[in-house]
Design a protein around this ligand. Sequence first.
Ligand code: ATP
Ligand code: MG
Length: 400
Amino acid sequence: MNYDRILIRYGELSTKGRNRNQFINKLKKSILHLLRDYDEIKIELGRDRMFIHLNGTPFEAVKGRLGRIFGIQSFSPVVRTDQEIEEMKAAALELVKRNFSSGKTFKVSTRRSDKRFELDTNEINYAIGSHVLRNMEDLKVDVKNPDINLLVEVREKGVFLSCEKYAGAAGLPSGASGKAMLLLSGGIDSPVAGYFMMKRGVEIEAIHFHSPPYTSERAKQKVIDLAERLTEFGAEMKLHIVPFTAIQQKIQEQVPENYTMTSTRRMMLVIADRIRQKCGGLAIVTGESLGQVASQTLESMQAINDVTSTPILRPLIAADKLDIIDVAKKIGTHDISILPYEDCCTIFTPPSPKTRPKLEKVQRFESFVDFQQMIEEAVQNMETVYLPKSTTKDEFSELL
Ligand code: ATP
Ligand code: MG
């Protein structure tokens, strides 16, 4: 008897009332996308559970990817029996035997969502537990900390049994919270910011400002690689690469040196907001963290935010750098981020940028320049890269 389907537990979805169907459908879409190279897989939707029918695909092959999909609380490979206690006992015994080695302890954990079943939870635990014990030597019960936790779910459509339970990535499924534009530099922070928003169900379109020839093709490729990394969490992504050289040069010429950073950020935001309007995004996300560098003070954020009333989301605002680095390592973006290729800000950063820029001043400096035309051109000439979700198979463990 092999595991022939996977039971998916939604977790937070179940609290979302009437949006529930929408959430479940988004989750289904994420799963189908991430498992898209397994044609034979089929999904069966249910109110509080979803089933993936493997149709021959080994569970081990898809386990790692499932562990990265937002909206899944936990999942178990299961076998199905009818609501028939003798059949349940036989399946349970076989599963425990397969997971047993000398000295292991076990317990039965039943969940009965179909209350019409003739035995209640305790009676099922007892019936199955005693049957297994009777038929196995050297197996002991440990209800607190068993080596084998035999899960039994009695549902309308049958009984589902498993000895395995894996943690999902939790959060909400991609797109369930609408779309936002992520300002993606080549650094450590912005991919992490994107990851956190994705975890809350935000569909991300990334925007990168590129300044050739000051920034290289390799710097651009690095950002493409970062965006592609993020797609491994269950969603496809577009990355808009905006030519930014002309604007940066103009800022260098026209704005006093200690205000070039503020102006650069403002122009980035204006352009990002244009692209957002075109793409139907609801917010802009950055990787800023308070006090990390000169442009990331509250004064600076005031001067930068002034160019738009669109919500600017900064999920890392209160995070410490070391914690951000930990997440970057966990999600696999860190090693790409630390590649040495320059980004446009590194190259144009003045030696002492203003840490407390005054809004009126930056507005005045910019008023002498006609940026409008250049902004239009930058938006018109942007290049859009469509990132398919990567299908790299990497390890996933974390047994619950
Ligand atoms: P990161 O590690 O993400 O580069 P950082 O600590 O280097 O962040 P800054 O370079 O000041 O900080 O950038 C602050 C934020 O501005 C970034 O997190 C990113 O959201 C955005 N940003 C900076 N440069 C670019 C760029 N070239 N293209 C797109 N967004 C950018
Ligand atoms: Mg940076």
